[in-house]
Design a protein around this ligand. Structure first.
Ligand SMILES: [Zn+2]
Length: 132
């Protein structure tokens, strides 16, 4: 991936993503992700997000690395089946999802599952997934 601009440019209008680690509760699922959390995270009102309470941030698939736990994931799909809602079969935590975005494969990160981050301090944007 090539980064636009230069870190010397004071007027850049994009934030450089930060690397976070995250995963499920029991530790079976572990990942690393480059994500820009200066952008608001999405609180979606669709049938699954309203039940799980995820605060989502979307990243290109190549910004996400699953380090452990592929075997511990259960894939849940519903509706149009565009999105793989992956949850840990041990502890049940849905720490991320995979799907196709407008510009290619995406990962949806549940920012509540990132380490060293208090997701309640993030800017939240409400997303009307229910009517889509
Ligand atoms: Zn787990």
């Amino acid at each position: 991936m090539t980064r636009r601009g230069s870190s010397l440019c004071p007027e850049r209008d994009f934030a450089v993503p930060t690397t976070y680690r995250g995963g499920c509760h029991c530790g079976a699922v572990r990942y690393r992700v480059d994500v820009d959390l200066s952008k608001p995270v999405l609180q979606c009102n669709c049938s699954i997000c309203s039940r799980t309470g995820a605060l989502l941030s979307f990243v290109p698939a190549n910004a996400f690395t699953l380090e452990e736990g592929e075997d511990s994931l259960t894939d849940y799909q519903f509706g149009k089946k565009n999105i793989h809602h992956l949850f840990c079969k041990v502890c049940g935590v849905r720490s991320f999802a995979r799907g196709q975005g407008p510009s290619g494969p995406m990962a949806a990160i549940n920012t509540r599952c990132l380490e060293d981050l208090d997701a309640t301090t993030l800017q939240v944007q409400h997303f009307d997934g229910k009517s889509r």
